[in-house]
Write a protein that binds this ligand. Structure first.
Ligand code: PHE
Length: 337
């Protein structure tokens, strides 16, 4: 068979090889050490120098065209094999793994624990009070007698026998004064209830954290120090605070404590409504009437108290825009924390 015929025949066998194994067999047969091409070159010796040069050139050209045909066909088989393997062995990495998934703490629980840790390190006791509270503890003992207009600001769910769902954690101040002898420091986190029209920023059920310190010569400067320490701890950076007058019958003087907006550093943005400040925490010095009703002599002792809106704080820290998400128990939401 002439070299040209052999090349042609081999190329068409390569083209019609059905499997990689068949292709390899053809390659060995044609291009192998003892293959057809090698056989042809045995005749070199019998040729004249001119013929030899021409034949050598043809032989190389044939070899090259065959090799590239084999390589191309081989690459075709390889990629088909890869595709087949990928089709057979694929994994869906978006399928959740089998078995139980680790849970996580609700963001309110997380922030509550952080604050408790911070305040216990500052010598505060952590107290608990009931959600169903006496009208007396929720209002009267906090200097809000029955006919006081301040009761209107905190309408709630009333129960028989002089009980209500507590509207704030402040009644735990009353319990704390009975339980602890001055000087003392306490906080009281918990759930509170109000008769509210529910919308993105109002809930009938939310969380506060009360704080109270009773000692000798407690000043507004002490109050500011503790509040700054608290807020810097929570937000993980130095915060700037300011006090505005605020009215609560159980403190005198009473304040609204604002922090400089953490998103714009006071420059003004939508979150702080362009004012540079965000209202965060009502507080003040404990009213002498409250101390007296709690069995503490206001001539000897005084103190500060604050009521942190934990729900509000969580919303600020995580940029949560709708308060209802915190109550809903939707795992798609809660899993993020
Ligand atoms: N209890 C008040 C409220 O819920 C907040 C507060 C607490 C104000 C302590 C002053 C001192 O509105």
């Amino acid at each position: 068979m002439s070299l040209a015929d052999l090349t042609q025949a081999s190329l068409s066998r390569v083209a019609s090889a059905a499997t990689a194994e068949e292709l390899e067999a053809i390659r060995v047969e044609v291009l192998g050490r003892k293959g057809t091409l090698a056989n042809l070159s045995k005749d070199f010796g019998k040729l004249s120098p001119e013929e030899r040069a021409a034949f050598g050139k043809d032989l190389n050209a044939a070899k090259q065209s065959l090799e590239s045909a084999f390589d191309a066909r081989k690459a075709g088989f390889d990629s088909a094999a890869l595709t087949a393997r990928l089709d057979a062995e694929w994994l869906d990495l978006t399928i959740p793994p089998a078995g139980q998934r680790p849970g996580s703490l609700h963001p309110l629980t997380q922030i509550q624990r952080e604050i408790e840790q911070l305040f216990t390190s500052l010598g505060f006791a952590v107290l608990d009070g009931p959600e169903v509270e006496s009208e007396y503890n929720n209002f009267d003992a906090l200097n809000i007698p029955a006919e006081h207009p301040a009761r209107d600001m905190q309408d709630t769910f009333w129960l028989d026998g002089g009980f209500c769902l507590r509207t704030h954690t402040s009644p735990v101040q009353v319990r704390g004064m009975k339980l602890l002898k001055p000087p003392f420091r306490m906080i009281a986190p918990g759930r509170v209830f109000r008769n509210e029209e529910v919308d993105a920023s109002h809930e009938h059920t939310f969380y506060q954290l009360e704080g109270m310190m009773v000692d000798r010569n407690v000043s507004v400067a002490n109050l500011i120090y503790f509040m700054k320490t608290l807020l810097s701890g929570i937000f993980g950076r130095e915060v700037t605070v300011r006090l505005r007058p605020g009215y609560f019958p159980f403190v005198e003087p009473g304040f609204e404590l604002d922090i400089q907006c953490l998103l714009c550093d006071g420059a003004g943005c939508p979150v702080c409504k362009q004012s540079g400040w965000v209202e965060l925490l009502p507080c003040g010095l404990v009213h002498p009437n409250v101390l007296r009703l709690g069995g503490i002599d206001p001539e000897e002792w005084n103190g500060f108290a604050f009521g942190l809106g934990m729900t509000r704080l969580v919303m600020m820290r995580y940029g949560i825009e709708d308060i209802r998400q915190l109550q809903g128990g939707d795992l798609r939401f809660l899993k993020q924390f």
